[in-house]
Design a protein around this ligand. Structure first.
Ligand SMILES: Cc1cc2nc3c(=O)[nH]c(=O)nc-3n(C[C@H](O)[C@H](O)[C@H](O)COP(=O)(O)OP(=O)(O)OC[C@H]3O[C@@H](n4cnc5c(N)ncnc54)[C@H](O)[C@@H]3O)c2cc1C
Length: 368
């Protein structure tokens, strides 16, 4: 009999998990609490580890058509000094994927179409989960009750599935925020094929193209930069760097501010016999390595492999968490490092280039 998987959450983790399991022959039903697939948020930076998994899922060509494959990664100081220029075109051969920028809305739309909209049930907010030896039952706020052989909790940082398995978790509370905004490449003179970071003693600013002539920036500052005018005053003063020009080119209504959190202590388990967590539900991380969505894709790939191995569901979930928990731990830890502005800036000033690449190669790709 066809096995039934229930997936909660139609973010990048849930949508790609649906694609993966559909390809394994499972009957996939995906439940999302919102009335539409997430359209908020700016762009997303996918690294080769994430892009090659999209290819594995059979959507590599569609992804290439909606995103920008980047050629260079530039690093500047806040006074405009060029600290590093990395040619990233070789990453395709080296890591099996490109460095890319994409509009979140376009990516989610593409994934939902690939999965099949008829499998996605909107306005289904999960409120209760029960597990038995033979399966799992989900209850939704609209009164629906659904049974399956496996439940995947891809319901993000405040996961209801996680709470039902492991109770409440303590989040970091350092008050970190990240600002983001959108602009048109045509309104600036930046390299349209490059991602860039600009480092100052009291903050960090990055930007990248994301397809169709659009681009976005992201920024975080030492201390709590809470107010948009305060934000503009701080980063607008980085004269000599590309930052003041990008802020002038920004569509003001597109500017958003997000509070950032990870766990005080990581989860020791992600699964029970028939329930698996993935993505932010399992391992929320700060965006310092731009790996949150990439790691959600890595979870999907590992879970797919484990379920394809012929093991029964409980054994496959045990194998999945055994592989992924130790792999993601250093990525979560290092994702905090970018927010230590003083030491990151010091690294650049002593000429070590951008430490991001060595961290990516070592802790994400396992190159020693
Ligand atoms: C400022 C910022 C910048 C970032 N930049 C990057 C980047 O450049 N690259 C990168 O790889 N990562 C980045 N990330 C991280 C990335 O956004 C996340 O890791 C990724 O979106 C996680 O995907 P997910 O599917 O696990 O969860 P989400 O995208 O959060 O999706 C969860 C879904 O579950 C739904 N849901 C929640 N509760 C319920 C419920 N009870 N019932 C049903 N549905 C529910 C939600 O509505 C949502 O649609 C960034 C994060 C932040 C905050």
């Amino acid at each position: 009999m066809t096995k039934r998987v229930l997936i909660c959450g139609a973010g990048i983790g849930g949508l790609t998990a649906g694609l993966r399991l559909r390809r394994l022959g499972w009957d996939v039903r995906l439940f999302e609490r919102e009335p539409e697939i997430r359209t908020a948020g700016a762009g997303l930076n996918l690294w080769p580890n994430g892009v090659r998994i999209l290819r594995e899922l059979g959507v590599g060509e569609e992804f290439a058509s909606i995103s920008t494959s980047l050629s260079r990664y530039r690093t500047f100081s806040s006074t405009g000094e060029v600290l590093d220029v990395r040619d990233v075109r070789t990453w395709s051969a080296q890591f099996g994927g490109v460095l890319a920028g994409v509009y979140r809305r376009d990516l989610n739309r593409m994934l939902a179409d690939a999965l099949g909209r008829e499998r996605i049930h909107l306005e289904h907010a999960l409120v209760g989960v029960e597990e038995s030896a033979g399966g799992v039952t989900c209850r939704f706020s609209n009164g629906q009750v659904v049974h399956g052989d496996l439940l995947i909790g891809a319901d993000g940082i405040h996961s209801v599935v996680r709470r039902s398995l492991f109770g409440e978790r303590e989040f970091s509370s350092d008050g970190l925020v990240r600002w983001r905004g959108l602009f048109d490449l045509a309104d600036t003179d930046i390299d349209p094929m490059a991602e860039a970071e600009v480092w100052g003693p009291d903050g960090h600013f990055g930007y990248l193209p994301m397809g169709k002539g659009r681009a976005y920036w992201f920024a975080a500052g030492e201390g709590i930069v809470d107010d948009v005018e305060e934000f503009f005053a701080r980063f607008g003063a980085w004269e000599g760097s590309p930052v003041p020009g990008l802020l002038r080119a920004t569509d003001r209504p597109t500017i958003i501010r997000n509070a950032l959190h990870d766990f005080v202590e990581p989860l020791e388990k992600w699964c029970s016999a028939r329930i698996a967590l993935l993505g932010d539900a399992a391992h929320p991380m700060l965006p310092g390595l731009a790996q949150g969505a990439n790691q959600a894709l890595a979870d999907v790939s590992a879970l797919g492999r484990a379920l394809a191995s012929g093991n029964d569901v409980p054994a496959a979930l045990a194998a999945y968490q055994e592989e992924r928990i130790p792999a993601v731990a250093p990525v979560v830890r290092l994702s905090r490092s970018l927010f230590d502005f003083e030491s990151e800036n010091h690294d650049s000033s002593v000429g070590s280039g951008n430490p991001l690449f060595a961290r990516y190669e070592r802790y994400v790709e396992g190159v020693h």
